[in-house]
Design a protein around this ligand. Structure first.
Ligand code: NAD
Ligand code: MG
Length: 394
């Protein structure tokens, strides 16, 4: 049994808390080196008291000050702040494993810092890989980092593949990846109804309990679009070899089809502690606190094709991957800005894909030759997406 020392980036979020719940169940196997979050100092302070990390980081400097006050009686916990603090703990030699669970582009630099040190990187922060694709995978290959997918679909695909051929599907005899999607809370809404849905409705996912941003992404199907791109990079394939299957029960987390007609699937309750425990303990297995699957209670599985007319985000993501270069970074940045505007009441749900499509149309695609180019395009796309939102509201 390998004892692992873990740093969690995004410790106060949905994935961070699920990760800590698995760790809590196995004090003999897992210890915590560092916990990092953005602004929720009170919550991070409570987690620090329970898990006793050596370092705690708040990305927001003011919140770091508040955390220092809250932990004044814990002199053994070092407190850092800012993106520099995140990158320092991500790269620290004391931890062998980093859970990358910051939401959005803010996670790219810290995740790369962990990759650069050749660590086991548990990747929940799909936006980091979507933005930088080949550069990210090249950094993994160069450092020898062990990149394990935590997104439930990608963890399922990983489990259905021979471990030594994850990046070589042709040699493994794989013909297709069947990527499942819940369809989100608005699967049966008409296009007209989609104009009036509220942030609270968008965040009320039928099967999964998640952070706000990914909940809205699930509702627009952009989450599946980001996952399509994520799967292309992780498993060295293209959108043409991946077919999205809407499966409203969210029990089959994805499938892999082989040349002989076999289709392997991974099933489980919709609970992120299963893929998280898989990544933490891999190649061993540990209990995750998840209730056993009761197929008699579920009864039936259903499958539908995604509706790309009502939910254009999936098409936009496939097109951005095919356009290559900086296009996926632009797609991601425009989506982050549009989702934030929707959550803030400044944009209607149905206009999220409109903003993304317009931003992609007016932002040139450059070769993604360096991370500097990616960050510059990300900033440019955010600016353009905000302008487009402004134009819509006049
Ligand atoms: P969340 O909103 O619940 O949590 C986000 C975490 O990131 C929080 O701890 C927050 O403090 C931290 N954070 C936000 N901005 C930051 C910044 N600028 N600097 C440092 N930290 C920052 O989100 P979540 O649902 O846990 O999702 C996290 C990531 O995991 C996302 O990329 C999401 O797509 C992915 N993911 C989530 C789920 C899920 O079930 N929640 C499933 C698959 C993948
Ligand atoms: Mg997923």
């Amino acid at each position: 049994m390998v004892k692992r020392c873990i740093t969690i980036l995004g410790a106060t979020g949905s994935i961070g808390l699920s990760t800590l719940d698995v760790i809590r169940r196995h004090p003999d196997r897992f210890s915590v080196h560092a916990l990092a979050a953005n602004t929720r100092a009170d919550e991070l302070a409570l987690l620090c008291r329970e898990f006793q990390p050596r370092v705690a980081v708040m990305a927001d400097p003011e919140s770091a000050g508040r955390l220092a006050e809250l932990l004044a009686d814990c002199p053994d916990i070092r407190i850092l702040s800012g993106e520099q603090g995140l990158c320092t703990v991500a790269a620290a030699p004391e931890a062998d494993t980093v859970m990358a669970a910051i939401v959005g582009a803010a996670g790219l630099r810290p995740t790369l810092a962990a990759v650069g040190q050749g660590k086991r990187v548990l990747l929940a922060n799909k936006e980091a890989l979507v933005m930088s694709g080949r550069l990210f995978m090249d950094a993994v290959a160069e450092s020898g980092a062990e990149l394990l997918p935590i997104d439930s679909e990608h963890n399922a695909i990983f489990q259905c593949m021979p471990a030594d051929k994850i990046r070589n599907p042709v040699a493994a005899g794989i013909t297709r990846i069947l990527l499942t999607a819940s369809g989100g809370p608005f699967r049966e809404h008409t296009a007209e109804c989609l104009r009036t849905v509220t942030p609270a409705e968008a965040c009320a996912h039928p099967n999964w309990s998640m952070g706000q941003k990914i909940s809205v992404d699930s509702a627009t199907l952009m989450n599946k679009g980001l996952e399509l791109i994520e799967a292309c990079w992780l498993f060295n394939t293209t959108p043409a070899s991946i077919e999205v299957h809407v499966h409203p029960e969210s029990i089959i987390h994805s499938m892999v089809e082989y040349a002989d007609g076999s289709v392997l699937a991974q099933l489980g309750s919709p609970d992120m502690r299963t893929p998280i425990a898989n990544g933490l303990a891999w190649p061993e297995r540990v209990s995750a606190g998840v209730a056993p699957l009761d197929l008699f209670a579920i009864g039936r599985f259903h499958f539908e094709r995604p509706d790309l007319i009502r939910f254009p985000c999936l098409r936009l993501a496939a097109e951005a991957f095919d356009a290559g270069g900086t296009a996926p970074a632009v797609l991601n940045a425009a989506n982050e800005v549009a989702v934030a505007a929707f959550l803030n009441g400044d944009l209607c749900f149905a206009d999220i894909p409109v903003i993304i499509e317009r931003t992609l149309a007016i932002t040139s695609v450059e070769p993604a030759d360096s991370f500097e180019i990616i960050f510059a395009k990300d900033a440019e796309a955010r600016e353009r997406a905000r302008e487009q939102i402004g134009l819509l509201s006049v």
